[in-house]
Design a protein around this ligand. Structure first.
Ligand code: CP
Length: 300
């Protein structure tokens, strides 16, 4: 049984396949189980639009009540520890804790110290993991290109600081993706690689690619020596119509969002016929429903 949802590395092939199947079923059937009397709290210590709202939408579809904590006005601003906040909310009957935090491993640490009955869901921890994002990305990919063992996927951008790229590496390895290429300037190359290979050449990375995932340049995570001239970065690494000429003609262009138009991706690509960015957002609701269902039932 899945007690917490922390990282792809905690899941088996069968568990991932089950989540994909259920998310696709929810999307196609609009037949949703109901978990009335359950309550979920969104604890977002970093900004979010997609992840926070889609967990709320997913919970609403499943009959789960949602509390959105305004953390700037919570008692943590008076010095309360996050673990005391969680104990307090649990005492009120909340059992599902969706946590986004800038500290790597914070959701895992919280999952380790709480009693039975609490489910911790990682909504992105620092530069470490963003497992629900990688699952909704895979759901989007297999909807259009189901044979992952034949796919070349390129992830382009700030791979070093990307929790999306980290979770995607685990997922691609587990699900048997044929080829994963991480394209980045040398200063943003990952220190540890779970799967795939790294290149500095956008042309090589995009050559015959089936899927291209552009990453946001995360200015807020960059040390001074890691900051690049954005015009120069755009020239070398942006996903443009010109750059996409190297990829397969039916290439899927994806981005976890939020996008920086004119930095890592051009508007004509982001809004063009090869873009699946809004489909990723739609799928996020159904994938998060599958995750909540798996936590609240004994299906996994
Ligand atoms: N992809 C993603 O995590 O977006 P948000 O920061 O808007 O949640």
């Amino acid at each position: 049984m899945m007690k917490h949802f922390l990282d792809i590395s905690y899941l088996s092939y069968e568990e991932i396949q089950h989540l994909l199947d259920r998310a696709i079923y929810f999307k196609l059937s609009k037949n949703y189980p109901q978990f009335l009397k359950k309550t979920l709290v969104n604890l977002f210590y970093e900004p979010s639009t997609r992840t926070r709202v889609s967990f709320e939408m997913a919970a609403n579809h499943l009959g789960i009540r949602v509390v959105n904590m305004d953390l700037a006005r919570s008692s943590e601003s008076k010095g309360e520890l996050i673990e005391d906040t969680i104990h307090t909310l649990f005492a009120m009957g909340i059992t599902l804790f969706v946590i986004r935090h800038s500290q790597n491993g914070l959701p895992q640490a919280m999952a380790g110290i709480f009693q039975d009955g609490i489910h911790v869901i990682n909504a992105g921890d620092g530069t470490h993991a963003h497992p629900s994002q990688s699952l909704l990305d895979l759901m989007t990919i297999i909807t259009h290109k189901p044979n992952v063992d034949r796919l070349k996927i390129a992830i382009v951008g700030d791979v070093l600081h990307s929790r999306v790229a980290n979770s995607m590496q685990w997922l691609c390895a587990l699900m048997g993706v044929k080829e994963l290429v991480l394209v980045a300037p040398e200063v943003w190359h990952p220190r540890i690689l779970q799967f795939g290979r790294v290149t500095t050449s956008l042309q090589e990375g995009l050559s015959d690619a089936d899927v291209v995932i552009a990453l946001r340049v995360q200015q807020e995570r960059l040390a001074t020596e890691e900051k690049l001239d954005l015009a120069h970065y755009h020239q070398q690494y942006a996903i443009t119509t010109n750059a996409l000429a190297q990829a397969k003609s039916d290439v899927m262009v994806m981005h976890p969002g939020p996008i920086n138009r004119g930095v890592e991706i051009d508007s004509d690509v982001a809004d063009g016929p090869r873009s699946f960015i809004l489909e990723q957002v739609t799928n996020g609701v159904f994938m998060r429903m599958a995750i909540l269902e798996a936590l609240l039932s004994s299906t996994l």
